[in-house]
Design a protein around this ligand. Structure first.
Ligand code: HEM
Length: 498
């Protein structure tokens, strides 16, 4: 009996290790990235861009796809636009499968559950009917301008205090993008002004910072099976309690603030908090679905614009000539006229933002589809049922076949010089899945319009107020895991207004 048990245990361990270390047989014509690159960020101080260049770029550009180990399993990552197009078009074959399906026992799944981004079929249609009008209304620009002006005051004060040294920027941008989301999407002006008042604590901000620090540790992202032990791993117990804390805060604070606005109609549409709350009261959503959707909308709606701002400030800090050219274009805009600004008059601004999104997409890699039946993707890649498939937008957005030999260079002019040329290029690149930063097809990002408006106003206000550069003492490095962005970026700002 004991021997049988030991044998069974041994067999289980050996098969689990084989499953981890040995890539799956299929698809046979797709190379595998070595398993151990998953471990690199856990052991070395390595940059994701470096990992990409050394281990992924070659095979990805040659074969259009690669097998990689992530989130406890082997996945297929595709890079070629025509393959991505097919995945986006054929949802019935490439089913959307978020963390609640992929790693149901993980803390990430507990946090975000089934929501508008991860669900599919009837459930997704139900969430979308509630949420979409609140995301695609015409947004008022005044609250963003007000927040951006406050951001300038904060940066000036921080810069003054730092006596000419660089200031860390990510925390400030997190508060700023949260304030914009709270003002425009959730209609919570009081919470937004608390976010921008650096004299006060903003519990939503501090809890979110803390939660990110605990929840997204690379080892648990690569091996979510460890979350099964969350009751005995203190840092995971802490992550679980932060999930509860953050979700409770969102529910009470956002719904309380938006309750005051329940009857307030902004541009003909009730705000999202009020819409979600009505759906819950009418029994269309249960409490868990209400909370999951609030969580995901807050995280996606705040984190992605913040990462775009961070990377854009980094790129412009590194390219003073481009920053100066932008400044010359923006010079003609009066701050008090931004709300009525016709953005078509500022083609270089639009092209610069698109180039930032292309070069450093906030979501650089996404694995969120599961193959529903055996399939031959693009007539060449055989995918057995159950294969998890995703794409690397960093690779696709820099593919020399689509973007030319200078794809790695930052060159806003590649988008065109007039508004017409830029929007044609943009629409074409998105339709062909050559530019994949906002996903695509029926599941394309619903916050794109708001994200672009916010980014335009932010750059307009910042470029008029400051000239900035990278802190010479800051080590120019990207993150080691998770979203790819400059790590702990520090910038030196010089005021221009005076
Ligand atoms: C620069 C900013 C942004 C980028 C780069 C971005 C990118 C993306 C991507 C890649 C997806 C697909 C995710 C997946 O399939 O797992 C997505 C979906 C989505 N995004 Fe965004 N996003 C941004 C801003 C926003 C904002 C501000 C909101 C508003 C709250 C938002 C709301 C959504 C929603 C609701 C979906 C799901 C659409 C659906 O499946 O029907 N996003 N976004």
């Amino acid at each position: 009996m004991t021997i049988t048990l030991i044998l069974l245990l041994l067999i289980t361990i050996i098969t689990s290790l084989m499953f981890i270390f040995i890539p799956p047989w299929y698809p046979r014509n797709v190379p595998s990235a070595p398993f151990w690159i998953t471990l690199l960020p856990l052991i070395f101080d390595i940059d994701q861009q470096e990992i990409f260049k050394r281990y992924l770029a070659g095979p990805l550009y040659k074969h259009g796809a690669i097998k990689i180990f992530f989130a406890g399993r082997w996945n297929v990552i595709i890079q070629r636009p025509e393959l991505i197009s097919q995945v986006l078009k054929k949802e019935q074959i490439y089913n959307k499968a978020g963390n609640q399906k992929k790693v149901p026992h993980s803390l990430l799944a507990e946090f975000l559950g089934s929501n508008i981004i991860s669900a599919r079929g009837e459930e997704w249609r139900c969430y979308r009917a509630i949420i979409q009008p609140g995301l695609q209304k015409t947004f008022e620009t005044e609250p963003i301008i007000k927040n951006a002006e406050k951001l300038c005051q904060i940066l000036s004060r921080l810069q003054l205090r730092s006596m000419g040294e660089g200031i860390p920027i990510q925390d400030v941008l997190q508060r700023y993008s949260s304030a914009n989301l709270l003002s425009c999407i959730f209609d919570c002006p009081e919470l937004a002004s608390q976010m921008m008042s650096f004299e006060q604590e903003a519990p939503l901000h501090t809890t979110q910072l803390n939660l990110k620090r605990y929840l997204f540790r690379p080892i648990y992202m690569s091996f979510p099976v460890l979350d099964r032990l969350s009751a005995v791993i203190p840092s995971r117990t802490k992550a679980r309690s932060l999930i509860q804390q953050f979700s409770n805060l969102l529910q009470t604070e956002i719904l309380r603030d938006s309750e005051k606005n329940t009857d307030k109609i902004s541009k003909g549409v009730k705000c999202i908090g009020a819409r979600l709350e009505s759906a819950w009261r009418e029994g269309i959503l249960n409490l868990k679905q209400l909370r999951d959707n609030l969580n995901v909308l807050y995280v996606a709606g705040q984190e992605n614009p913040q990462l775009l701002m961070l990377s854009s400030l980094y790129i412009l800090g590194k390219n003073p000539a481009i920053q100066e050219k932008l400044r010359r274009e923006i010079e003609s805009v009066k701050i008090n006229e931004i709300s009525t600004q016709d953005w078509r008059d500022l083609p270089y601004l639009t092209a610069t933002i698109l180039e930032c999104l292309r070069s450093l997409p906030p979501i650089s890699q996404l694995i969120n589809r599961r193959v529903a039946k055996p399939t031959l993707l693009g007539g060449i890649i055989y995918l057995p049922k159950g294969t998890y498939i995703g794409y690397n937008s960093y690779a696709t957005n820099r593919d020399p076949e689509s973007w030319g030999a200078d794809a790695d260079d930052f060159r806003p002019e590649r988008w065109g010089t007039t508004d017409e040329q830029i929007s044609m290029k943009y629409r074409g690149a998105k339709a062909r899945a050559e530019f994949i930063s906002f996903h695509g097809g029926s599941r394309a990002c619903l916050g794109e319009k708001f994200a672009l408006l916010q980014m335009r106003i932010t750059l307009c206000v910042l470029v008029k107020a400051f000239r900035w550069k990278l802190d010479p003492e800051w080590e120019d490095k990207m993150t080691a895991a998770g979203p790819l962005h400059p790590r702990g970026l520090r910038l030196v700002f010089t005021e221009l207004r005076a």
